[in-house]
Design a protein around this ligand. Structure first.
Ligand code: G3I
Length: 305
């Protein structure tokens, strides 16, 4: 293939990007996005603060813009995200206990129902585990409603759209030996053993010099896949430049290719200038929309094997 999406598709995978709706009117941006990628994630527009700004009043216009752009251009969509400690609307931030639990489940039901039939996979719960060596859940108002909030969200999502794959999504879960990775693994193992409806695990994969691509990445992906879930790289970016960055991107593609249940890779933005990172050059296209060495490495690797 000559594009990332087509090359991935030749081997049964996808290659996606996050899209910011406000940038779709930039023709350089939308031209690259349309040409190269076949899976789309809304960078912010389907999060709780965007979709339910006031309790019970849903706002799908910004999300619909991205979903409609994707579908009309023949692309699939990952839904991001339903239940998260961050980017909650103000009213939800101020809630606790059973009223929050009920509001969260209503949010899941209404948003998934709105997009029913249009979403390949939902990030049902995002970033629910703590960093560091504890292996504990992250403290949040959602966690304080009870340890079963994640499985409750998954069950509500399954009821609202039985055909969407349901994912747990987190960061710093790439290195198999990290406590956070092990903790998420045990949760997925527990969900599978008790019939909680989980289909996939998303690895955000935000890498930098302090958090490099682990050499055992394929082991992590394979171990999760062996629990009976798909695995996906959901928000990939790698700080750096030149051949060092290109080598790390190639390694990610290789790790995914080594695992049959690794169904695809999404990068978290199109050009370096579109990245959420305030500085740095973590993506596959430079600020002028030109392909970087990392792009060439990814394309070549997608066409290998
Ligand atoms: O749109 C408003 C604008 O109107 C306002 O003037 C401006 C002032 O702060 O804020 C703008 O909203 C910002 C929004 O991005 C759109 O640019 C928010 O402040 C800012 O917080 C938000 O950042 C997003 C971040 O999630 C929030 O947590 C990033 O774009 C987005 O890339 C990032 O994505 C997350 C994933 O969802 C989860 N994993 C980590 C990843 C990177 O942090």
């Amino acid at each position: 293939g000559t594009t990332l999406g087509a090359s991935a598709a030749e081997r049964g995978r996808y290659f996606g990007t996050a899209i910011a709706g406000s940038r779709l009117s930039d023709s350089q941006y939308s031209t690259i996005a349309n040409r190269e990628f076949n899976m789309i994630t809304a960078e912010n527009e389907m999060k709780p603060d965007a979709t339910e700004p006031n309790q019970g009043q849903f706002s799908f216009g910004s999300g619909d813009q991205i979903v409609n752009w994707a579908i009309s251009n023949g692309k699939r969509v990952r839904g991001h995200t339903l239940a998260w400690y961050s980017q909650q609307p103000g009213w939800m931030q101020r809630m606790e206990g059973s009223s929050l639990r009920q509001a969260m489940l209503n949010h899941v039901t209404k948003v998934v129902t709105n997009y029913r039939g249009k979403i390949y996979a939902w990030d049902v719960a995002n970033e629910a585990f703590a960093d560091g060596s504890s292996g504990a859940r992250r403290d949040s108002n959602l966690q304080r409603t009870g340890n079963d909030w994640i499985e409750a969200a998954f069950r509500a999502a399954r009821s609202a759209d039985p055909d969407a794959k349901l994912c747990y999504n987190d960061y710093n879960t790439d290195n198999w030996s990290h406590a956070k990775t092990q903790a998420v693994y045990r949760m997925v193992q527990d969900f599978k053993s008790r019939g909680v409806p989980i289909d996939c695990v998303g690895f955000q994969a935000h890498f930098n010099s302090g958090n490099p691509v682990p050499s055992n990445y394929h082991t992590t992906l394979q171990n999760f896949a062996d629990l009976g879930v798909d695995v996906q790289i959901t928000e990939l970016d790698i700080e750096g430049s030149g051949s060092s960055q290109a080598d790390q991107y190639r390694g990610i593609v290789q790790a995914c290719q080594a695992v049959s249940r690794c169904t695809g890779i999404t990068v978290w933005g199109v050009r370096d200038s579109d990245s959420w990172r305030a500085s740095g050059t973590p993506l596959l296209f430079n600020g002028n929309g030109q392909k970087k060495a990392a792009y060439d490495a990814v394309l070549a690797q997608l066409n290998t094997g």
